[in-house]
Design a protein around this ligand. Structure first.
Ligand SMILES: Cc1ncc(C[n+]2csc(CCOP(=O)(O)OP(=O)(O)O)c2C)c(N)n1
Length: 298
């Protein structure tokens, strides 16, 4: 699949909104099929995953091992309940696989196994390892003379893991400009708010001090996401010598009113009544998102 460098106009913005909406619904549906899921962190991450796979990444569902593909590491591997539907939607697997999400015998578990799930570059789930994997992938690309990008998506709570900071230090040391680390800064983790458990702020300044190029944006705004990712890719193409970190200010459970900004929805189950409310809330949210794209898009 070629890199899609069409201009980011209103039509493109609306196309991404429609896709993210579809995938948010698909995420809830997957957790219903499986009986549960980490919906909060999947919903906060849906916009970044959508724009990466649907606008920027070189990848080919008919050839997942294509050597020139861009790499993606879902370091916050528990967001698989959102990532697996995205891969299904792209054609990496049939939808029937999701009907048994995380159930006995399913290839698709609560965290995705790259040996079992087509399209997944790295198995994740144990937090704190995705940036190391990304450093390895970016170094391998350099050694093989490839020009692929490596994108790593971390959680903000995940930044509590010390291993991240060793990997961040090595990414800067090796001047890995093909590496882009996103932090899904939704301010919540598994059983509390990040600021109460272990604050990571000022996270943008920390990356800067570790010699990264740093952006900090609204992670639910496709226009801002587009500008930040384009800049990161251009940095690599133009021979830049620093990796990039993009801090995404987001909300856990984004799109579903009763989940939004509430760590209780890190992991959960939707009964019929809650499911009805959640889907209705997503429809309302989509109308607001479309209205913003109409208003601000060019
Ligand atoms: C090494 C490790 N320790 C603990 C866990 C359990 N765990 C799963 S999700 C989570 C919280 C992560 O918070 P954050 O990174 O902010 O995720 P998000 O809010 O984006 O879902 C924890 C502690 C784990 N998966 N791996």
């Amino acid at each position: 699949m070629p890199v899609n460098y069409k201009p980011f106009d209103k039509a493109e913005w609306l196309r991404l909104e429609a896709k993210a909406h579809e995938l948010r619904k698909f995420t809830l549906q997957t957790s219903i099929w499986g009986g549960s899921g980490h919906m909060g962190g999947a919903l906060s991450a849906m916009d970044i995953m959508t724009i990466l796979y649907h606008r920027f990444m070189k990848h080919d569902p008919s050839n997942p091992d294509w050597d020139d593909r861009d790499r993606f590491v879902l370091s916050k591997g528990h967001a698989a309940v959102g990532y697996a539907p995205l891969l299904v939607d792209l054609g990496y697997m049939p939808v029937e696989e999701l009907h048994i999400f995380n159930l006995t015998g399913s290839k698709i578990g609560m965290h995705l196994d790259s040996n079992k799930v087509r399209g997944v570059d790295f198995s994740t789930g144990s937090l704190g390892h995705g940036i190391s994997l990304g450093v390895g992938a970016a170094l391998a690309g350099r050694m093989k003379g490839k020009d692929y990008m490596t994108f790593v998506l971390c959680g903000d709570g995940e930044m509590n893991e010390g291993s991240n900071w060793e990997a961040i230090m090595s990414a800067a040391h090796y001047k890995l400009s093909s590496l882009v680390v996103f932090v899904d800064n939704n301010k919540c983790m598994i059983d509390g708010r990040v600021n109460d458990v272990m604050s990571i702020e000022p996270i943008d300044k920390k990356f800067k001090e570790f010699n990264f190029n740093v952006g900090r944006i609204d992670g639910h705004n496709f226009s801002q996401l587009n500008i930040a990712i384009e800049a990161a890719i251009q940095n690599f193409k133009n021979g830049g010598d620093k990796p990039t970190a993009i801090i995404l200010d987001t909300y856990k459970g984004e799109g579903v009113d009763f989940m939004k900004d509430d760590y209780v929805w890190h992991y959960g189950t939707l009964d019929e009544e809650k499911a009805t409310r959640a889907f209705a809330s997503l429809e309302k949210y989509y109308e607001e998102r479309k209205a913003r794209a109409e208003r601000e898009g060019k």
